[in-house]
Write a protein that binds this ligand. Structure first.
Ligand code: ZN
Length: 338
């Protein structure tokens, strides 16, 4: 009961990439970079275990960005043809690559990374992949002509990748879908269907991480514009609850998502974000326990997994380590109490 995990990303060590930056360029190259990423993953596997995190991950040490890390190996994408696009419903503008022909996955993207992590931990192992809708909101379409159509094509590639990860011993595969609170109608029309295609035939646990974004300025400004209560999820939770995804991960610490909405996920395991990733303030174990206790009003403790609100990649390593420890200690505190 009350197992612990993280939403995914963790900071890169300073010797691997510039700290406290998203998209930070690598500081190593060639074979040194390959070994450097593995070493960074080892550091975080150990630190997660020491912090009492039950289901650990690679902290996304092998990739620069949570979406493009997957896309880099995919054929059919022109990285020279950059298109300026408003993403997450025009929350920010970005130059994104363009899909110019039929998408193909010539080889496994993260299989070797998963195998490496599996070889170095006996804890539950989680791996994250970008969700089909979020990919389509982070890349321009110059081939498929419709977002749902392109999303299904990506979902098929993700499914092949997920099966590879499962075969390497991954216990939980999480799809990151921060686009789910920007396009609520699409979630119901084709977003969940695309996820189903991505998890088709998997026997391991599956999760979807929905999210109001990393603690970066564009997201903080956007959150401040959303009013006193964030009710976007009210529209999509019934569809998620009816879906075949096992777990839903969302931010609950210092979030304006009314916790009562968790009552709409009565058939799911809920990864309750009990660590705020938008502040350097390290939670006390008591604060973490209080966040989890608040969620328990709407979710039985058997269905709660204690988690971070989102990835911690933009934080300093010291802060992220502190927050991991607080998460482990806070969940342990509450377990004891129960
Ligand atoms: Zn997130």
């Amino acid at each position: 009961m009350l197992k612990t995990t993280t939403a995914g990303s963790l900071p890169k060590p300073a010797w691997l990439a510039e700290p406290e930056a998203l998209w930070a360029p690598w500081r190593l190259e060639g074979d040194d970079l390959v070994r450097g990423k593995q070493d960074a993953a080892l550091v975080w596997l150990k630190l997660q275990e020491d912090a009492g995190i039950d289901i650990v991950g690679d902290g996304e040490q092998f990739r620069r960005h949570f979406v493009h890390g997957f896309l880099e190996t995919i054929e059919g994408i022109d990285w020279q043809k950059m298109t300026k696009m408003g993403i997450r419903d025009n929350r920010y503008e970005a130059d994104v690559p363009t899909v110019t022909s039929e998408l193909r996955r010539p080889t496994s993207v993260h299989g070797a990374e998963a195998a490496f992590c599996r070889g170095h931990t006996s804890h539950g192992l989680k791996f994250t992949l970008p969700g089909p809708m979020t990919i389509c909101d982070t890349i321009a379409d110059g081939h498929y002509g419709s977002r749902p159509k392109m999303a299904m094509a990506f979902a098929d590639l993700l499914n092949a990748e997920a099966k590879e990860l499962e075969s390497q011993g991954v216990d939980v595969i999480q799809f990151d879908e921060p686009a789910f609170n920007a396009f609520m109608a699409d979630v119901k029309e084709w977003g969940v269907e695309a996820l189903h295609r991505a998890i088709d035939g998997l026997k391991c646990k599956t999760a979807v991480h929905i999210c109001y974004g990393y603690g970066i300025k564009a997201n903080i400004d956007w959150k401040n514009s959303l009013g006193a209560e964030w009710r976007q999820y009210e529209e999509i939770f019934p569809a998620l609850n009816d879906s075949r995804i096992d777990q839903v991960s969302l931010e609950c610490a210092h979030s304006r998502v009314p916790l009562s909405l968790l009552g709409l996920l009565k058939d799911k395991e809920v990864l309750v974000g009990a660590i705020d990733v938008a502040t350097d303030q390290i939670e006390t174990p008591e604060e973490v326990a209080a966040n989890l206790r608040a969620a328990m009003e709407f979710v039985d403790p058997e269905r709660i997994v204690a988690c971070t609100n989102c990835g911690m990649a933009p934080l300093s390593r010291t802060v992220a380590e502190g927050k991991l420890k607080a998460l482990g200690a806070g969940a342990a505190l509450l377990r004891k109490e129960l």
